[in-house]
Design a protein around this ligand. Structure first.
Ligand SMILES: [Zn+2]
Length: 439
């Protein structure tokens, strides 16, 4: 199955016309994207931007053999002047054909509406209509003559009562070869598809419906890669059903550093947003009677997906040794505080009489467990060394030991990120992909 991406943006394109945001102004040249539109094996179009024929010509894939246009929704941008002349059939979502489309009796193309649950054959392709989430929209699963399977999900918020993501899994339990979706807006949908076996490591996850809500350029690709997804440029061609990339995913350790309120926790959570069954490891404890701390904990908890499990523990060595699914450890600086508490290391005399060795033994044990961890793990830590020098000896001691801890963990990490003012700098990135499912 050959999939040509004639457009990969949301309905207004990227950049959006006359928008002055940094994302749009930075989106030039080959980064420019038309509204999402894919051509399958030269005969089947899914969704339609304003000029699919021009986009197809630029990709050297003329639309002359296209026989069917599948619409996932209202298709505001469909070229009404062009459709009647194309000699194709329009298969419309329950929202109906594009407004203003001439009736077949007036020279318009033949069209029909379909609803979730229907299946039919169009030429060499088998099409299954699936729920689209929002009212009037549908998703399409398309199987090609070589057995390749593709899922195209429209960009729409899910109706709160709909368990649509389960409906996207194939009845035969087999994964898709490619899934096209708005992963930037809804990474949790990718997590659900992984949970249901519809997406595995062999599935090509391709971002479409991209818009200026996304960061431009390298930051977009970096974020997609962390989710096991990618974006191809408009005009890009992807072939499915060939021998897939069987390179197994490896354990993958990410350390996210940053100052207070830098956005480091949000970045760490975002990295795991497309993974099902994450265990969130809170190392901060409960701090009885501290209302401000309780408020911080509540805010963090409400931001996390409901499906995540929470473990409140400082026994990270055991947790890393036994983990089978992804972990998010927030954070190592609070873990170090607990270790210094346990070793009585804040006391100058105790520090000199064995406290130092005790704390460092804990740090070395953690670094070893981090190195040997078999699961995907993301840990957050504070970067404190470049600020004001603490006034007390114990404060300076904590700062120094945290610097040591961060360095030894970073040394054993596949990826190290520094977050400053919400901006992510990659300090280290090894060219391996994380494992997104349970090991
Ligand atoms: Zn913009």
């Amino acid at each position: 199955m050959e999939v040509t991406f004639l457009g990969t943006a949301g309905p207004r394109g990227w950049p959006q016309p006359f928008c002055t945001c940094a994302s749009c102004l930075g989106c030039t040249g080959s980064a420019v994207r038309e509204p999402s539109c894919v051509l399958i094996d030269g005969t089947l179009l899914i969704d339609c931007g304003p000029e699919p024929a021009h986009a197809a010509a630029r990709a050297a894939r003329p639309l002359t053999a296209v026989r069917h246009l599948l619409l996932t929704g209202p298709a505001e941008k469909a070229p009404l002047a062009w459709l009647p002349a194309a000699g194709l059939e329009v298969v419309a979502a329950p929202s109906g054909p594009p407004a203003g489309l001439p009736a077949p009796t007036a020279g318009g193309p033949p069209w029909r509406t379909v609803a979730a649950g229907e299946e039919f054959v169009l030429g060499d392709h088998h099409v299954t209509v699936l729920p689209g989430g929002a009212a009037g929209r549908v998703a399409y699963a398309v199987s090609g003559p070589n057995g390749a399977r593709l899922l195209f999900i429209p960009s729409a918020p899910l109706a709160p009562e709909a368990d649509t993501t389960r409906a996207w899994a194939r009845p035969d339990g087999l994964p898709y070869d490619a899934v096209l979706l708005d992963v930037v807006a809804w990474p949790e949908r990718l997590a659900a598809l992984r949970r249901d076996g519809a997406v595995t490591e062999a599935t090509d996850v391709l971002a479409v419906h991209l818009s200026h809500e996304a960061p431009p350029g390298e930051e977009l690709q970096r974020r997609l890669a962390a989710w096991g997804a990618r974006a191809v440029a408009d005009g890009g061609v992807v072939r499915l059903g060939a021998e897939p990339d069987r390179q197994p995913a490896q354990p993958y350790r990410t350390l996210v550093l940053g100052g207070a309120r830098s956005g480091k926790s949000a970045e760490a959570e975002r990295r795991l947003a497309a993974v099902p069954e994450v265990t969130y490891v809170a190392t901060g404890g409960t701090r009885d009677g501290d209302a401000e701390w309780a408020q911080r904990v509540t805010v963090h908890r409400e931001r996390r997906p409901a499906a995540w499990r929470t473990a409140e523990t400082t026994d990270l060595v055991d947790l890393l040794a036994t983990a089978t699914g992804p972990l998010l450890v927030d954070c190592l600086s609070l873990w170090l505080t607990a270790v210094m508490d346990a070793c009585d290391a804040w006391d100058d005399a105790k520090w000199e009489s064995g406290g130092r060795e005790q704390v460092r033994a804990h740090i070395d044990a953690l670094a070893l467990a981090w190195r040997n961890c078999r699961a995907q793990v993301v840990a957050v830590s504070n970067e404190v060394g470049s600020g004001v020098v603490p006034a007390t000896a114990s404060g300076r001691r904590y700062r120094d030991e945290l610097g040591r801890l961060n360095a030894v963990i970073a040394e054993q990490s596949d990826e190290v990120l520094l977050v400053v003012a919400g901006q992510v700098l990659t300090l280290r990135g090894l060219p391996r992909k994380p494992r997104h499912a349970r090991s």
